[in-house]
Design a protein around this ligand. Sequence first.
Ligand code: URA
Length: 216
Amino acid sequence: MIIHHLQEKNSILNKFIAEIRDVKIQKDSLRFRRNIERIGEVLGYELSKQLTYSVKDIETPLGNSQEQLISNSIVLCSILRAGLPLHQGLLNYFDDVENAFISAYRHHSNNDAEFEIVVEYFAAPSLNKKTLLLADPMLATGQSLVAVIEAIKKFGTPKEIHILTVIGSKEGIEFIKENFPKNTHLWIAAIDDELNSKGYIVPGLGDAGDLAFGAK
Ligand code: URA
């Protein structure tokens, strides 16, 4: 797996990350969603540099030009529900791609520390030989992403996979490295050191789905 860690000194990405983490700012759910979307735009822009392009003739009002257009066949897949604002950010740039959605949630049987991932809903086009963008804002244990990659097998085998994540834990990154194909890229804004006993990222930001969609 090729890891692209995008947070670096003197980048506007730091402001977006600071705002989604900050308890004083993140409670404004409109701003929270918009910041995740803005991070999706930055991730999408960086990822666009790895895609393949072909030259196309373009007619302008005053003459002719030749411009580069993406030639990959892209499917953008997001994990519900926290993936939705990230999906929108990516869609702002990759506006004519095919879309897929999958639900994945944690089912706790006995205690907070133990859970299994339940995948119930999946709508996707064929993924065969396509470029799959997989948007999941929080890469905590990595179990959801691994459950998703298992579930999508029946839709075909993508040519390459790009995972797009806002905050990830070191443990989660190691887990997906072991369980994803080698031709996978991970595009990640921020990497945090730890998970707590409930599998939440520390310092992280809390529950991204609740913050985006208003559970108080
Ligand atoms: N999902 C979240 O929203 N936050 C975490 O820290 C982990 C998983």
